[in-house]
Design a protein. Structure first.
Ligand code: NDP
Length: 454
């Protein structure tokens, strides 16, 4: 681990740029626009889901345009102060609990795959134990009346306000730390504060022994995504005379299965594009500290007070379809993980899969080899697993059947755009990394996501 910010050589800079998706001439404008607009959007979505009839964006927009005090005043009125004592307590306790679990929950050391600068970060594999412990703690608080978890619903706008301030300050600290005292050689500045703020400076920063991205992405973002819907379900019970509506149940349980799958695979995630290539900046850290808690939980937030009573069979079909989609997504990720960890010596769909032995050069000019799977779901298309990922999210949104379309389905819409963009980014990155080997994979598996279409 070095303590000096490194100037990037040509191929490393190309890798950073590919990862960041920088376009000459637009490097500053795009990030600046997103830094200014996305926090406001996080408040808009909460306001629309909580206060606007049928969670309709069109009603919200026409109200905003007709606001007698003007649009700016209208927007400001939906942003709560970040200093609400209850919200501060909830955020501080949850973060402290997760930090303690991250560091002290027993788990084996896991050595991740090689980063662009040739490092192999080590993580503590205690995600599943922390997840189970967090769910138990939440249910115990509720069952023994130790804390009224419906407050997470009531104070949700204030919680998101607090998180916004925390995340914006953390991202500034990360730029400063990355420039002054980086944790490893996986770092590099773009010599532009806004770009550095947005894309980050370091790949895997550590503070006092805590890995920052493991905290923001997994232990806060994903964990909050599990806990918030449970709190919203408690609200649903409260407003429905002590009964949990089946649609809310379907919504929450499908997400918990999905997040269980995530923590089962957490060390695989620590080798994924988010961790191995996207740096710790606004895009990732604000995204996991604010965007995930707001957008990913938005259907549950909507359903807490607006869950329609769909026929039992409809909800059951949605539930079974959702489980199937989560399973297929898991199976695809798992095929790749098993294939790589066994060096290709495994059976996939009953036969030894085809493979490409791809060579590549790291930032420190070392030659390495990777195996590319050309079997199972990875022979159907190059990112087939994105289809069940999107459909699973649609399934846990569908209990909001009667809503005015946009808000409770916003996550699915956003996810579709995100994953299509990701498939292009990943393809570019792999083409740069593997060269002719990736061209061979492309010719053997021509479709990016949907066979024959995209
Ligand atoms: P990953 O980084 O895990 O996967 C892409 C990487 O996999 C490539 O960069 C390459 O990495 C490797 N790879 C690509 N093709 C092959 C192959 N044929 N054989 C072996 N390795 C290959 O990110 P994903 O986009 O796959 O995401 C992982 C999971 O997270 C998925 O289930 C996805 O749906 C989910 N996800 C969810 C999101 C959400 O917001 N809900 C957002 C993004 C993802 P290498 O350099 O190692 O070769």
């Amino acid at each position: 681990m070095t303590t000096k910010t490194k100037e990037l050589n040509g191929s490393q800079q190309a890798d950073w740029n590919a990862v960041g998706g920088l376009i000459p001439g637009r490097e500053t404008i795009g990030p600046l626009f997103l830094i200014l607009s996305t926090p406001i959007f996080s408040f808009i979505i909460i306001h629309v889901v909580m206060n606007v009839p049928e969670a309709s964006f069109t009603v919200f927009l026409s109200d905003l345009l007709d606001d007698p005090d003007g649009m700016i005043a209208g927007l400001c009125s939906i942003i709560p102060p970040p200093t609400d004592p209850e919200a501060l307590r909830i955020v501080a306790c949850f973060m402290a609990f997760q930090l303690v679990l991250q560091k002290y929950m027993p788990g084996e050391d896991f050595v991740a795959t090689v980063t662009p600068a040739g490092n192999r970060p080590v993580y503590k594999a205690n995600g599943m134990a922390s997840f189970v412990c967090t769910l138990f703690a939440t249910l115990l608080l509720h069952a023994f009346d130790l804390y009224d978890i419906t407050k997470v619903y009531d104070k949700f706008p204030e919680i998101i306000s607090t998180l916004n301030v925390f995340a914006l300050m953390l991202c500034a600290l990360l730029v400063w730390k990355g420039r002054v005292a980086p944790s490893s050689t996986d770092c590099g500045t773009n010599a532009n504060w806004i770009v550095d703020y947005y894309w980050g400076v370091e790949l895997h920063p550590r503070v006092l022994g805590w890995d920052v991205k493991m905290f923001t992405n997994c232990r806060f973002g994903m964990m909050f995504w599990a806990v918030a819907p449970i709190c919203f379900a408690a609200k649903n019970i409260q407003v429905n005379g002590g009964n949990l509506q089946f649609g809310m149940f379907v919504n929450v349980v499908l997400q918990l299965i999905y997040i269980f799958k995530f923590f089962h695979w957490e060390m695989g995630y620590m080798c994924s594009m988010d961790i191995q290539h996207d740096r710790a900046g606004y895009y990732l850290c604000w995204g996991c500290l604010v965007w995930v808690p707001t957008i990913y939980t938005s259907q549950s937030f909507y359903l807490a007070e607006h869950c329609p009573d769909l026929p039992f069979m409809t909800n059951l079909i949605i539930f079974v379809a959702g489980c199937l989609m989560v399973y297929i997504n898991y199976e695809a990720d798992n095929q790749r993980a098993v294939f790589r960890s066994s060096g290709g010596k495994c059976l996939i769909w009953g036969k030894v899969p085809d493979k490409i032995v791809a060579e590549y050069q790291t930032g420190s000019n070392e030659m390495k080899k990777s195996l590319l799977l050309v079997g199972g779901w990875w022979s159907v298309s190059r990112h087939f697993h994105y289809i069940p990922e999107i459909l699973a999210s649609l399934c846990w949104s569908l209990p909001a059947w009667n809503s005015a379309f946009v808000a409770p389905y916003f996550y699915t819409t956003y996810l579709t755009i995100l994953l299509i963009d990701r498939s292009y980014r990943d393809d570019d990155r792999c083409a740069k990394k593997y060269g002719t080997y990736w061209s061979e994979y492309r010719s053997r598996v021509p479709s990016k996501i949907i066979p024959g279409i995209l």
